[in-house]
Design a protein around this ligand. Structure first.
Ligand code: ASP
Length: 440
């Protein structure tokens, strides 16, 4: 059994957190490949080292006076960890190189990547593992696009004879050595790539929550943790705003059939959430999760005999495409069609869109409604349970919530519900209560 273990920034913000991580890794000898993030926040008003690095690089570029102070602040963050762990490693030489490179304006992505680079050096020293610079194995092509094939080859080749390794998250390099980073939160992606390349048995992603929650804890206090979720369900929920894992971190492991286990560094005995390709395990409740977002508007279009006008939908969507607006949902009736769009994307272009639709399809009537929220109720269990939709709508009616739109995905994996923004929290609560609270 071999595992990749990735630790997020909050799991590595201080010496105390490092100690927890150390004992987690040492508790299981199959935890062989460690992917650290940069030190995150120690307390809520703190600044992540990655953000300090961006600020520091900007100061270096603009010749700002804060450059020196910011660099010392970053140094002291690492020194605090090193001292707290009573290690003798010195990052003095590394910081000299970093200072030089910052002054020569080597690049913002290089700057940001140093957070993971340095943290991994400290981690490798602390654990007695080998340090492997991600720039050697995570490869980007000449256009700056991630090169999966080359990365796979380099990773396998390079790590072939190494037993216990620390690889920094978040970055890699082009063939000429130029450092490139993934988007923010990208250490999750590195963990997934290394897992896929080495075909390990499990990718453990350690963070500060005990797994994926059934719904947003800002709406429901202490929601239940999802024990097992499929990649498909996770996709639906993340798309609707639920985040624990970087969206792009799913694909490399999913392709290789490797499960991800979300775990909590601060509660290592909790089993966390398993993210799997598929499972026979019955979900604990009919629904797996509820997620949603506010800030949509709807564009209602009516035209008699719309139904027989071939190409009507395409023409409407073409107007949106020409204005560079993406749509979310398009429920339709015999003579009506409604398009759900992000309100802020739509606001600037609304008059052009209305004029464009008139020109293209000459509707009888159009109406805009703003301040809407969309809620996704997701669950593989819906397929085999009758009456799910009825339960959702009964709960919403009982809570006095007016449903503006319903759209059930053809995969029977999700039901999307549109409500007014102000009804959003109430609707999530009503759905959670009917499926989860009353089942407890
Ligand atoms: N340190 C990077 C960030 O703050 C990457 C990561 O933590 O995953 O975005």
């Amino acid at each position: 059994m071999r595992k990749v273990v990735k630790f997020g920034g909050s799991s590595l913000a201080s010496a105390e957190q490092f100690r927890k991580v150390g004992s987690i890794i040492k508790a299981d000898e199959s935890r062989r490949y460690v992917v650290p993030s940069a030190p995150g926040k120690r307390f809520s008003a703190d600044t992540k080292v990655t953000d300090l690095l961006y600020q520091c690089y900007r100061a270096a570029k603009e010749g700002g006076a804060e450059f020196g102070a910011l660099l010392s602040e970053i140094k002291s963050r690492y020194q605090e960890i090193i001292d707290g762990l009573e290690l003798s490693i010195s990052l003095e030489e590394d910081f000299k190189v970093i200072e030089e490179n910052f002054k020569n304006q080597i690049g913002e992505e290089y700057a940001a990547s140093r957070g993971e680079f340095l943290n991994s050096k400290v981690m490798a020293d602390y654990l007695g593992f080998e340090f492997v610079d991600a720039a050697r194995i995570i490869r980007f092509d000449g256009e700056g696009q991630f090169d999966a094939e080359m990365t796979g080859r380099l990773t396998r080749e390079y790590l072939k004879n190494m037993e216990y390794v620390v690889v920094p998250g978040f970055y890699g390099a082009m063939e000429d050595g130029t450092v490139k980073t993934f988007s923010r939160g990208g250490s999750d992606i590195t963990g997934s790539i290394v897992s896929g390349a080495l075909d390990v048995d499990l990718y453990e992603n350690w963070t500060d929550v005990s797994g994926f929650l059934v719904t947003d804890p800002r709406i429901i206090k202490n929601p239940e943790v999802i024990d097992t979720i499929t990649y498909r369900e996770l996709r639906e929920l993340s798309y609707m705003g639920a985040t624990v894992l970087h969206e792009e971190a799913i694909f490399p492991v999913r392709k290789a059939g490797i499960p991800i286990n979300i775990r909590n560094t601060n509660a290592p005995d909790d089993a966390g959430t398993m993210i799997v390709e598929d499972t026979c395990k019955k979900p604990a409740y009919t629904i797996t999760g509820i997620a949603g977002k506010k800030g949509f508007c709807s564009l209602f279009i009516e035209k008699s005999l719309m139904n027989s006008e071939i190409g009507f939908g395409r023409k409407v969507l073409q107007v949106l495409e020409e204005q560079g607006i993406s749509f979310e949902h398009v429920p339709s009736g015999i003579d009506t069609m409604t398009v759900f769009i992000h309100q802020d994307e739509f606001a600037e272009k609304e008059q052009q869109v209305i004029a464009g639709i008139h020109r293209m399809v000459n509707p009888d009537y159009m109406e805009l409604e703003s301040d809407l929220a969309l809620i996704a109720v997701v669950g593989r269990g819906m397929r085999s349970n009758r009456g799910t939709a009825a339960r959702i709508f009964a709960a919403l009616a009982h809570a006095n919530i007016n449903v503006k739109m319903i759209d059930q995905g053809s995969s029977e994996l999700n039901v999307i519900i549109g409500v007014k923004n102000e009804d959003f929290e109430g609707a999530v609560k009503a759905i959670y209560d009917i499926f989860v609270t009353t089942q407890l």
